[in-house]
Design a protein around this ligand. Structure first.
Ligand code: ADP
Ligand code: MG
Length: 320
């Protein structure tokens, strides 16, 4: 039988390079680089809410960290450290080996050190706190969007939601498109490099976790501006373009969630730089709308004819 301390030692203790002290003491010790502040964020994944019982443990280890790194990316912060609080129904060695493999593979890819956590028995629950660093004046906050800015989106939204619709039996997606959408749902890749390069360019940014319109609503609200989205301008993956159900496609694009792309605003003066950046990073950056003084806190979605399709005000609410 694995004890709590066996679990920590065997699966979650690795030598640290950057931290002064990692797993094993009462606290970890870290120091930010001179000229930077710490960016700190926590995201929790709850079984039955964010993932299904029996979900692949390698993918869970990846996704639990990925959704957290996505928040650092959206702040323009460089990932540095993570802590991991785990509640597990039992000490399952195979599950732990897989989970830690998925976790550390992504952690290594982004230079993140696991420096502590907590381990307890309970309904399966994964709570990760990430710590990054950013020069304070360059942090990509939600409250900096200005009237006249353009709204940009990395990659494309909707694919993770399309995968869910397939798993729920609402639609059938074929082979290659299905593999693409399932990867987007289960092993999202946080836009860390993009977030770092948006320092000094984006006036505001957010990662798209709850749905494009809902998340842009946070920028609209915090910046005291209206966001006007052009539905026809939204980037669409091949899988989404192949979706014959127009209503489902709209739902996935605008409200799907779990995209972990970056939505951000920037002055029109920055568009050349952003196009060059997209080419350099090998990713799509698409202008999807604009910011106006209009009706602060509102997100309006316009169709190709210029008619309003949808008006939204607030972000996704887990309690309503
Ligand atoms: P405490 O009693 O002070 O809370 P614990 O016995 O819970 O300490 O943890 C011992 C050490 O192991 C601490 O340094 C803690 O940060 C670390 N730790 C516990 N669980 C995890 C985990 N799942 N991942 C990484 N580190 C962990
Ligand atoms: Mg503890």
């Amino acid at each position: 039988m694995l004890s709590e301390f066996d679990i920590i030692r065997r699966y979650f203790t690795r030598p640290v390079k950057r931290a002064l002290l990692g797993v094993g003491d009462d606290c970890a010790l870290v120091a930010p680089e001179p000229g930077t502040v710490l960016a700190v964020s926590t995201d929790m994944l709850v079984e039955g809410r964010h993932f299904l019982a029996g979900a692949d443990a390698v993918e869970l280890g990846h996704k639990a960290l990925a959704v957290n790194l996505s928040d650092l990316a959206a702040m323009g912060a460089a990932p540095r450290y993570a802590t991991l609080a785990l509640a597990l129904p039992e000490a399952d060695a195979a599950w732990l080996a897989q989970f830690s493999q998925g976790f550390f593979r992504l952690a290594d890819a982004f230079g993140v050190e696991l420096i502590g956590g907590d381990t307890t028995r309970g309904p399966r629950n994964i709570s990760i706190t990430v710590i990054g660093t950013v020069p304070p004046e360059q942090a990509l906050r939600r409250d900096g969007a200005k009237a006249g800015d353009e709204v940009w989106l990395s990659g494309a939204s909707g694919d993770a939601a399309l995968a869910l619709a397939h798993l729920d039996g609402r639609i059938r997606i074929a082979d290659a498109a299905l593999a693409h959408c399932l990867a987007r749902l289960h092993t999202p890749v946080p836009c860390v490099a993009l977030g770092l390069r948006l320092r000094g360019i984006a006036t505001s940014a957010i990662d798209v976790s709850d749905g494009l319109v809902a998340d842009l609503g946070h920028i609209a609200e915090r910046s005291g501006v209206e966001v006007e989205l052009r539905y026809a301008a939204l980037p669409r993956s091949r899988a989404l373009r192949a979706c014959a159900d127009a209503r489902l496609a709209e739902e996935c694009l605008l409200a799907g969630g779990d995209d972990y792309e970056l939505a951000f605003t920037a002055s029109p003066d920055a568009s050349k730089r952003l196009e060059a950046l997209a080419a350099e990073l090998g990713l799509a950056l698409t202008r999807i709308g604009s910011v106006s003084a209009g009706d602060p806190g509102r997100v309006s979605v316009y169709d190709a004819a210029g008619n309003i399709m949808q008006i939204a005000r607030k972000g996704f609410d887990h309690f309503n």
